[in-house]
Design a protein around this ligand. Structure first.
Ligand SMILES: [Zn+2]
Length: 290
């Protein structure tokens, strides 16, 4: 438990509340909700990133695992859908609200996969969470439960190790935090994320989706390609306005105060650093200002 609390303090930015004596109690009060998506694919909503859940005769396949103190509740939620062993788990990226359960699941015998950069960047950032044991450079496929699950790297977007997970038969894509329906995109520049790469990643998501595809975001609710297209188009507007601000000699601080995202703020401003307009413009400057 001490180790868990240390890692929580280290990663406080990813928690939606202030760290304090109430942490354990807050985890106690978290409820896991299983939302059916399509076919045998569901997602589990708890605290942290949405967990993808794909169950069948070959075993349970999970995407991300929230925080360590929630593992028991996550397993209980899985057991409402399947009694099969939890064999495979993919980390969509490095952040602790997606990798916090790795150590617990590893001890249970679950094989954990992630992009090479998830493992290496968790080391660079000195995270206490356990990194994936099996890593890959570009993509990999799982042939389980009657369908192909394709896990593939996106351009550097939210971090430098993001993947999309596409269930070909069920027509579902889990996007990790590259896409969220709760706020502006969060580009973690310190961990290799990129504003322009985020736009490219949306282009890729649109390319692999059709009108019927169910898109499970890292945070938020089930979405679709039309909503992703609108989100991408918003990013193009913000990109062009930021480029103009840079050309006109505006500093980042001036750009952040210039209302460049004004008409989108009511819908997408998170009101905290992650998912804010100010942070998004900072990432845009990091890519475009010389
Ligand atoms: Zn994240």
């Amino acid at each position: 438990m001490r180790k868990t609390l240390q890692s929580l303090v280290k990663t406080a930015a990813f928690l939606p509340f202030t760290i304090g004596a109430s942490v354990a109690q807050d985890f106690d009060s978290v409820e896991m909700k299983v939302h059916p998506v399509a076919g045998n694919v569901s997602y589990i909503e708890g605290m942290g990133g949405n967990i993808g859940l794909f169950a069948g005769a070959d075993g349970v396949f999970l995407i991300d695992d929230q925080y360590a103190p929630l593992t028991e509740k996550i397993v209980a939620a899985v057991r409402t859908v399947s009694a099969e062993p939890i064999r495979f788990l993919v980390n969509t990226h490095m952040h602790p609200d997606h990798t916090g359960g790795n150590e617990n699941f590893g001890k249970m015998g679950t094989m954990i996969f992630g992009h090479d950069n998830v493992r290496s960047q968790m080391g660079v950032a000195d995270y206490k969470e356990a990194p994936p044991l099996v890593t890959f450079s570009d993509d990999m496929s799982f042939h389980i439960n009657g369908e192909t699950v394709h896990v593939f790297k996106t351009p550097n977007a939210h971090t430098n190790g993001d993947v999309f997970v596409r269930f070909a038969g069920s027509n579902v894509v889990h996007t990790g935090d590259v896409y969220r329906t709760t706020s502006y995109p969060y580009v973690d520049v310190a961990n290799g994320g990129s504003f322009l790469g985020t736009i490219k990643a949306y282009d890729l998501l649109i390319e692999v989706s059709d009108a019927a595809t169910k898109i499970v975001p890292g945070h938020g609710v089930i979405s679709n390609v039309g909503e992703v297209r609108a989100f991408r188009d918003m990013m193009l507007v913000i990109r062009d306005r930021t480029a103009a601000a840079i050309r006109n000699g505006m500093t980042l601080e001036q750009a952040q105060g210039a209302g460049l995202t004004a008409e989108y703020d009511e819908r997408w401003e998170s009101g905290r650093p992650i998912g804010s307009s100010a942070k998004l413009l900072e990432a845009a400057y990091a890519d475009m200002a010389q």
